[in-house]
Structures are given as structure tokens and as C-alpha cells.
Design a protein around this ligand. Structure first.
Ligand SMILES: [Zn+2]
Length: 180
């Protein structure tokens, strides 16, 4: 290898992990965030503060594991519109056949179309934000050992990795569900 080639290689070895590390990740499960993802969620406030999550269940678990804070608001991606909307504008579908990137989720559906979604996708419940409990959200996440502030723990990270293996299947299932 030429000196130049070796130097380029070294630069790449140093630069690549740094670039990966800079990509924002879900604080709850460690997944890389896609702000345009169909299941992206955010906790907004106070002020311009934004905290992103890859799924509604991660955002809800984080929100509900802290003391209520009126300065922080949950925004979720509406199933039909595909845009971030205040959580008050949606109902969360429980037990539907629509899977998120991490499997079963609390799917945010625009209120006007929630009943139709429930019929089409077999939702067992359609709940407003105020009826989502921490237990329900954590049950979706499949982890119980959350930190007091909702931060992810080593055991939670391990279960995240094992769930990641099913992501491809879940994505396929979701896209076929979206077509129906
Ligand atoms: Zn997450």
C-alpha cells in the first residue's frame, strides 16, 4: 500500500466511527434516529429543546417514567399523514397488525380516521394519550429494568439488539399492512 493509501485508510478508520457516533440515537433503545421515519416521535420543550425517539413506545416510556412536566409535549408521526402532530391529535392503537421498526407499538392514528384504522387493522384498543400508562408502554417495549429517569440500561440494550434482528421482517410486514 502506498503511503498515501495508508494515510487515507487511517483517516477513514478514525473518521468513520466518529461519524457514526455523531448520528443521533434514541435515548431509550439506542436505535439510530430517522426524523422522517413513519414512527418517529419527539418530546418538545421546554423552549426549543427536542428529544427524538425512533418509536412512539420509546417516547411514551420516557415521558411516563418522569414526573409530569407541562413544558414538555409529545409529538408523534400520524399513521396516515406521515407528519409530526401533537399527541393530543391522535389516538394510540393497541394490538393492531401494524408493526413499527421495533415490532408491536402504540400506533398513533389521526383521531378522525382512528375508528377505520381499528377496523382495518384489528386494533384491540384506541386510547388517548392520557389513558396510556407507563406499564402499557413498557409492556410494548418488553423491558422492565428502566432507569429512574427512563434512560436505557445495559440489559435493555441487549434486548434491543435481539429485537433488531426482527426489524427486517417487521418492516416488510408494516409495508404490506400499509398497502392494505
Ligand atoms: Zn427507541
Amino acid at each position: 500500500m502506498t503511503t498515501l493509501g495508508r494515510r487515507a485508510c487511517l483517516v477513514a478508520m478514525v473518521a468513520l466511527p466518529a461519524a457514526c457516533a455523531r448520528r443521533p440515537r434514541c435515548r431509550r433503545c439506542g436505535m439510530v434516529l430517522d426524523p422522517r421515519g413513519r414512527f418517529h416521535a419527539e418530546l418538545r420543550g421546554p423552549g426549543d429543546a427536542r428529544e427524538g425517539f425512533d418509536t412512539p413506545k420509546c417516547a411514551l416510556t420516557s415521558l411516563l417514567s418522569r414526573s409530569p412536566d407541562p413544558a414538555r409535549a409529545l409529538w408523534v408521526t400520524g399513521y396516515y399523514g406521515g407528519a409530526l402532530v401533537p399527541a393530543a391529535d391522535v389516538l394510540f392503537a393497541v394490538g393492531s397488525d401494524v408493526l413499527g421498526p421495533m415490532g408491536h407499538d402504540l400506533v398513533p392514528v389521526e383521531r378522525a380516521r382512528a375508528a377505520a384504522f381499528g377496523r382495518d387493522h384489528g386494533a384491540k384498543q384506541l386510547l388517548p394519550l392520557e389513558q396510556i400508562t407507563r406499564e402499557l408502554a413498557e409492556g410494548m417495549l418488553g423491558i422492565c429494568d428502566t432507569g429512574r429517569d427512563g434512560a436505557v440500561t445495559p440489559r435493555a440494550r441487549r434486548s434491543t439488539r435481539s429485537r433488531r434482528r426482527t426489524t427486517r421482517g417487521a418492516r416488510h410486514h408494516r409495508s404490506s399492512a400499509a398497502r392494505s
